[in-house]
Each structure stands twice: as C-alpha cells, then as structure tokens.
Design a protein around this ligand. Structure first.
Ligand SMILES: [Zn+2]
Length: 453
C-alpha cells in the first residue's frame, strides 16, 4: 500500500527540517517535503495530518508481555524486586496458559501501539523443563496479527538460583541442551536477518547472575554469535546482583559478564541501575548497551540508572517499559517523559534534552536491536512512523509543538501509525482489535490467574 501523508504540524527528521509531508512507497519513505502532490501514475491513499506531529515509531527494547495481566497485584505493590518476583511474576508463571499468554500479548502490544510504539523487544521467559511451545507461539501470533515489529528475547534458566520465586513455585529449569534445541527451532521458524526484519530472535537468559551457570552462558553466547543473533539479559537492577556475583564467582557482576563472553556491541542489558565507574567503563569499551526502564526502577524502588554518565562515556542508550507488573501504564511515551525529567532532578536542567530522549526512544533503540533501517525518518528508511494528534486543548498552549507529546506526556492520541508502510492505527483505532473484546478477554484472564491461586 502506498500513502501520501500531508499537512503535518511538524515531522521529526534531520534531512528536511520543517517538512510537512511524507510519501510512503512499498513500505519505505520515498519522499519528505512540502506540498507534495498525489501521484496519478501510482495510486496512493491520502492521509490528512492536519493537527498532527509525525515521529519515528518508538522502539521498546525490554518488555515482559506476560505481565500485562499482572498489574497492581496487591501483595507486590510495596515490595522490592526480590520479594516482588516471588509475589507476582513467579507466582503466576505456572498458571499462564497459551491462551492467557495470547491475551496478555495482545494487551501489551495494544498499549505500546496506542502510545506510539512500532517495535517491541519482549523478554519472554516462560520456559521450563516441560514448557509448551505454544506459549512462545502465542507471542509471535499476536505480533503478526497486529503488525508490530517483534524482537523475541528468548529467556531461560538452567538453575533455580538465588531468586526464591522459582523454588517456591516449583518451576523446573531447562537443561542447556533443551535451551539450544528450542532456540534453534524458533530461529528456523521465525528469525529474519537484516536491518528491517519484522521478526527477530535474541538469546536472552533471564538472569546472568542468579539462574544461569557460567558454562551455560558461554554455550549460549557461542551459539548466538555462530548464528549472528544478538544477546540480552537483566543485569545490576539491584545491589543483590553485585553481592551475589562476588559471593558466587569472586568478581564484580560486570567482570563476571565479561568473563562469560557477555559484553560486546551485540549485547544489551535491562536496568544496569547499580553500575559503578568500572562497570560504565567496561560497557563503553565493549559497546554494550542499556535498556533504561525508569518507571519500573522507580516503582520497585531500585534506583535511577546512571545514563547521563553512560552517555558521556559512550554507552549506547535505549528506553524500555519493562513488564507491566512493575510499570502499569505499559506506555513507551511515559518512559520518554520520565527519562526526560528524572535525570534533571539529579543532575540539573541541562542533563537531558527533548531531542536526545526521543533519539534514545527511537533511533538508538532500533540501532541496538539491529534494526537500523527503522527508528528515524529519512528517505529510503522503512516507514515506521506515528502521527500524534495535538489538535487538543492540552497541547494547544505548547510553543514547541513537535515535542508536545514528550513534554506533556500521557494521555496522548495516536491518530495513525505505520510499520513498514502497513497501517497499524487508523483514525485512532488499532486495526484488527476490538477494544471491548480485548477488555473482556483480559478480565477473564485475570480471573483465571486468580482462580486457584
Ligand atoms: Zn525485565
């Protein structure tokens, strides 16, 4: 499908400042400019962008879609990460059927799409010795149906480890052979290479420090690199990672990661809140990136990741929602808004700029995921873009309209969005999704989780 988007209030791009129009041809941006005229030879659908600003689609580099049906669980509301893991995600994990996973994924994607997201990296970790492959299939299916770009970060545990949740809820870990066999089956069925892949697989043990062995980590790193797949995990979300690494392995968490082959420009970690100067230096020297999840880190009282220091050192920065059990809004725009604000509280008003934060949440995230044809608006790039409707009272007083969604934050109205030139949202409605039906399915799913809790 070809589109001509016209009369936008502004389009966030580098090459054509002040542009108002974009032409989409065969999934790519063919033209950027002013007063573009409809093509007679090559029919295209006109999209009137009056009252809208156009951004590159946001790129979420760390999520747990299964948690979309585990928001605000009372037992976990005021707990720290370690206790919350046992009270919320691990408690419900054994109850997540493929059907529940499917509804949770649809809800998570819906929330991302309605906040302006076009790519999601889901850290999916519901794998144990007797896992049904249908749990993973539900995530791929939901993404394909809605048309969002999916990077499935395949979690794993080879040990019950130092988080109590797995033992308490009798989750039996996989063997390393099981993990590699199942990874390979997924790779063959779903993974696409290339900077505009719609589906990518990433090797992503759930925790480097707590539930993986050094041998298992080395084996997964070698396998990932043999197949050109990127690598991802959680690291240094809380101090406990550092304490455990020193106790179990006699070295810092970052040095342990490096000794297992888990630093490099093909690796990024969620959180890294407790990175010291040495950790930042190793991350920067190896090109290892961060998925910065400010809302989840606030919600669980984990702290604030030192991304300003990281940025200065040259660590690649991206933004992410994390699971909705610890970031209930499920909104990428909320992460941008909070990332813009929170570092100013600590470092002063020059610590972040709106443009920098939007780059973290779009171009830089896409780069980290290996999707360099997406994440920015330029001629020849994939047409992953979002139209925010700012023709509304709460935006009308803004003097910098192009950045209005970021500085004003939620609620926003995504009027239209596109992935690879396919329309995901049209006139404010997510295509292929009935909101009333989704609400009902999610309510049923929550009831089922609680049925014999
Ligand atoms: Zn996470």
């Amino acid at each position: 499908m070809n589109y001509l988007i016209r009369n936008a209030v502004g389009i966030h791009n580098d090459s054509h400042p002040g542009a108002t129009d974009i032409r989409i041809r065969n999934g790519r941006i063919a033209e950027l400019g002013w007063q573009l005229t409809p093509s007679a030879a090559d029919p295209e659908t006109l999209v009137d962008a009056s009252g809208c600003v156009v951004w590159p689609g946001l790129v979420n580099t760390h999520h747990h879609l299964a948690q979309s049906i585990m928001k605000g669980v009372p037992e976990g509301l005021n707990q720290n990460l370690g206790d919350w893991l046992g009270s919320v995600p691990y408690r419900f994990w054994p109850k997540v059927t493929p059907e529940l996973m499917y509804h949770a994924a649809r809800l998570g994607f819906y929330e991302l799409i309605r906040s302006g997201t076009t790519t999601c990296a889901d850290h999916h970790y519901l794998y144990h010795a007797t896992t049904s492959p249908e749990l993973e299939a539900a995530v791929w299916q939901a993404a394909e149906e809605l048309g969002i770009r999916l990077v499935l970060c395949r979690g794993s545990a080879t040990e019950t480890g130092s988080h109590e949740g797995m033992i308490e809820h009798r989750i039996e870990p996989e063997t390393i052979d099981q993990i590699i066999d199942r990874l390979d089956a997924t790779r063959k069925q779903h993974h696409q290479d290339g900077p505009d892949a719609m589906k990518k697989l990433v090797v992503a043990p759930t925790s480097l420090i707590h539930s993986s062995s050094p041998e298992g980590l080395k084996a997964q790193a070698a396998w990932a690199r043999e197949h050109g797949l990127k690598m991802h995990s959680h690291l240094l979300e809380v101090d406990f990672d550092e304490i455990q690494a020193r106790e179990k392995y006699g070295q810092s968490a970052i040095d342990y990661a490096e000794s297992c082959g888990w630093l490099g420009d093909d690796v990024w970690y969620a959180h890294l809140v407790h990175s010291d100067a040495h950790a930042i230096e190793r991350l920067a020297a190896t090109g290892t990136g961060i998925a910065h999840c400010p809302t989840s880190n606030c919600r669980l009282g984990s702290g604030i990741a030192p991304v300003i220091e990281m940025q200065k050192a040259g660590v690649p920065i991206s933004l992410a929602v994390d699971g909705s059990a610890s970031a209930e809004s499920g909104s990428m725009l909320q992460e941008l808004n909070l990332a813009w604000l929170i570092h100013r509280a600590v470092h002063g008003p020059e610590a972040t700029t709106l443009e920098q934060v939007l780059d973290w949440g779009s171009r830089d995230g896409a780069q980290l995921l290996g999707l360099s044809d997406t994440g920015s608006l330029a001629i020849g790039k994939a047409a992953d873009l979002v139209l925010y409707d700012i023709d509304q009272p709460r935006f009308a007083g803004v003097h910098s309209p192009l950045m209005a969604p970021l500085m004003c934050g939620e609620p926003v109205q995504v009027r239209d969005s596109f992935v690879q030139g396919r329309r995901l949202v049209a006139d404010g409605r997510v295509a292929g999704l009935d909101e009333a039906e989704l609400t009902a399915k999610v309510q049923q799913s929550v009831a089922q989780l609680l049925a014999d809790a």
